[in-house]
Design a binder for this molecule. Structure first.
Ligand code: SAM
Length: 251
């Protein structure tokens, strides 16, 4: 299964670097992802290629006009050879639902995703009302544009396409995949500036290593994001360990 991403922006040049490196590049080269970045100005109706206008009701700033955005999305959905039914049309917005690993998994099940990147004061409300099928925020802060939000969502979903990561189990071990933060990682040297790699990782005892990693994941989550534990899939052994942590009997 592959994903085709369409990104609508007035700054297409912003995407060049990030989509030419790492897993996104690998996914594109393997034919598991394709990304088309579209300049919204190409869908403007006037010779100045205008995509924004002053707000009704006054106030500062500009608002992105609806017509170029509608025209662009309609043209993309009419392209031959690409899915046109049930394609999520995602408006990036600080007012949208929060992007999480669960949302990434949900989006990664679609063969095509369309993103609308806002700028200025945002986009005309009719885009949200009549065109977008989803509205996503990448966090409770305000960016100057939706481009970085689109990049974050592409990076997070590309990793979930089967075959993109070398180790097929890797996306399931990452932080949050099972509702927990991931255990700590170590590589050579064995001792660095006085800090040694935990003995268990050198033991060769695979079962012990698995147990240690699980406990470290639980401990990290308990310390840093206890809110996640409420939704995580935990075994009776996990609960026993968490209770020991609470009582100060485990490390
Ligand atoms: N005035 C808008 C508001 O208060 O909701 C914010 C506009 S913001 C300066 C410009 C654009 O950046 C938005 O239209 C959106 O596309 C994008 N943006 C800003 N913060 C974002 C966030 N946290 N997540 C996703 N997109 C965001």
């Amino acid at each position: 299964m592959a994903i085709h991403y369409d990104i609508l922006t007035i700054f297409p040049e912003a995407f060049q670097g990030i989509f030419s490196i790492g897993m996104v590049r690998k996914a594109r080269e393997a034919g598991l992802a394709s990304i088309a970045v579209h300049n919204l100005r190409d869908y403007a109706a006037d010779k100045h290629r205008t995509t924004d206008d002053t707000p009704y009701g006054g106030g500062g700033g500009m608002v992105m006009k609806p017509e170029p955005i509608f025209r662009a999305v309609e043209a993309l959905l009419a392209q031959p050879g690409l899915p046109a039914e049930n394609v999520p049309i995602i408006l990036l917005s600080p007012q949208g639902r929060l992007f999480t690993h669960e949302v990434a998994k949900e989006l990664a099940r679609h063969p095509r995703l369309i993103f609308i990147c806002g700028r200025y004061e945002g986009v005309d409300e009719r885009v949200r009302q009549l065109l977008a099928t989803d509205e996503i925020s990448i966090g409770d802060y305000v960016l100057s544009g939706g481009e970085i939000a689109a990049m974050a969502i592409v990076e997070a979903t590309v990793r979930l396409i089967p075959g993109v990561l070398g180790d097929p189990g890797a996306p399931f071990e990452d932080s949050l995949a099972e509702g927990l933060l991931e255990y700590p990682h170590y590589t050579r040297p064995r001792v660095f500036r006085g800090a040694a790699v935990p003995e268990v990782l050198l033991s060769g005892n695979h079962a012990e290593i698995v147990r240690w990693r699980r406990q470290q994941a639980l401990k990290r989550t308990w310390e840093r994001r206890p809110d996640l534990l409420k939704k995580a899939r935990l075994t009776p052994e996990d609960w026993e360990y968490l209770q020991k942590l609470e009582r100060g009997e485990a490390d």
